[in-house]
Design a binder for this molecule. Structure first.
Ligand code: SF4
Length: 322
C-alpha cells in the first residue's frame, strides 16, 4: 500500500512531513502532492532519525507523521501514527576482484545501515560466489532488519560475533565500521562505496581511540557535572540519567539533571559545569566533541573513567528507551 492509501486508511486529515536535508529541494513537490488529499505541514527542522519525530507541540497537532529516509525503530512507542518511507540507495555494480582479500576468511558477517541495505544483500551474493559463508546477524528490538546497524546499536555485531571470522560493513563513512570494530574482537573491514574498495579499519579505530581518550580524560579533574538527557522520543533515557546522577553524588561530586531537545553548546557553557554526561544519541558526544567547551561523555565513558576502570573502550548503545 502506498503512503497516500495508508494515510487514507487511517482517516488522517492533518499530516506532518519530516524530510531529510537531501530531500528538502523536493519540499514543494511533496507538499503539493500530499496537499491534494491532506492538510500538510512540512517540518523545516533537521531530524536525527527514527528516534526523532519532532517536538510535541507539532506532532500533537497532526493525525500522522510521514518521515522520509529512515526505517522504523520497532520498540519505540510513538504517540502518533508514523509512516516511515525508507530511503535505499540504488545498488552499485562491483567487481568481485575487490573482495579477493576476504577469501582468507571462511565466514563473514555483513552489516549496513538502511541506505545501503540492498547493496549489502547484493554483496552477500558476491561473497557466496567466492565460497565465503555469509552471516547476517540477528538484531534486537530497536532494529527493523537483520544485519542493520545504527550509530547507537550494534546488536547485529554481538549476535554474529561468535559465528564469523570477520565483518564487512557496507557504507560510505567510517562511523559504523568503527562502532562494529569496538563491539567485536574480529577483524572489521569497510566496503567504501565511494571508492569501491575494501579497507581494514584497524588504524582508523586506533586513531579514533587516541583522539577520544585525549578528549574524555579532561573530565578526570571535573567536580561539577551536568547529566543531560535528550527529550527526543527515541533517545530519552531518564532512568539511566538518574542512575549516573546518583553515582556522581555517591562519589562526592556535584551534579544536576538537565533536559534538552537539541543540545546547544552555548546552553551548556552557561551552566558552568566541568563536564557533561549525555544520555541521548551517542553520536553527539563523539561527532560534535569539538563544539563543546567541556568534555561530553557517553554514559559508558563516564563509567570507565569513574566507576569501573577498563582498558577496553565500550561504545554507548541504546537498546530501549524510557
Ligand atoms: S540515537 Fe543517534 S544513532 Fe541512534 S537512531 Fe537516533 S540519531 Fe541515529
Amino acid at each position: 500500500m502506498d503512503v497516500v492509501e495508508q494515510l487514507k486508511a487511517m482517516n488522517a486529515r492533518r499530516i506532518l512531513l519530516q524530510i531529510p536535508d537531501g530531500l528538502k529541494p523536493s519540499a514543494f513537490r511533496l507538499f503539493n502532492m500530499f496537499s491534494k488529499d491532506f492538510n500538510v505541514i512540512i517540518s523545516s527542522q533537521g531530524f536525527y532519525g527514527a528516534c526523532d519525530i519532532g517536538n510535541k507541540e507539532i506532532y500533537d497537532n497532526v493525525d500522522c507523521i510521514v518521515q522520509f529516509g529512515h526505517s522504523e525503530i520497532p520498540n519505540i512507542k510513538y504517540p502518533k501514527p508514523v509512516i516511515f518511507v525508507e530511503y535505499r540507495n540504488d545498488v552499485i555494480d562491483l567487481d568481485e576482484k575487490i573482495f579477493h582479500e576476504l577469501k582468507r576468511y571462511k565466514s563473514i558477517g555483513l552489516l549496513s545501515s538502511i541506505q545501503y541495505y540492498d547493496e549489502m544483500l547484493y554483496v552477500a551474493e558476491i561473497l557466496k560466489g567466492l565460497g565465503i559463508k555469509v552471516v547476517i546477524g540477528k538484531t534486537d528490538k530497536r532494529m527493523k532488519y537483520p544485519g542493520q546497524v545504527l550509530g547507537c546499536n550494534f546488536s547485529a555485531v554481538h549476535s554474529a560475533s561468535l559465528n564469523v571470522d570477520a565483518f564487512l560493513v557496507v557504507s560510505t563513512g567510517m562511523f559504523h565500521a568503527i562502532g562494529a570494530q569496538l563491539a567485536s574482537d574480529k577483524d572489521v573491514y569497510l566496503l567504501d562505496l565511494n571508492e569501491k574498495r575494501i579497507k581494514n579499519i584497524k588504524s582508523d579505530v586506533d586513531a579514533f581511540l587516541r583522539k577520544r581518550y585525549a578528549r574524555i580524560s579532561r573530565a578526570l579533574d571535573a567536580k561539577k557535572f551536568c547529566v543531560l538527557m535528550d527529550t527526543k522520543i527515541g533517545q530519552y533515557r531518564r532512568k539511566l540519567a538518574e542512575h549516573i546522577y546518583n553515582e556522581i553524588i555517591d562519589l562526592g561530586m556535584q551534579a544536576i539533571l538537565v533536559t534538552a531537545d537539541n543540545v546547544n553548546p552555548y546552553d551548556i557553557e552557561n551552566l558552568r559545569c566541568d563536564a557533561v554526561v549525555f544520555t541521548g544519541c551517542p553520536r553527539v558526544s563523539i561527532d560534535d566533541e569539538e563544539k563543546f567547551n567541556v568534555p561530553v561523555l557517553t554514559p559508558q565513558e563516564f563509567k570507565s573513567l569513574f566507576i569501573k576502570r577498563s582498558n577496553r573502550y565500550i561504545m554507548d548503545e541504546i537498546v530501549s528507551v524510557d
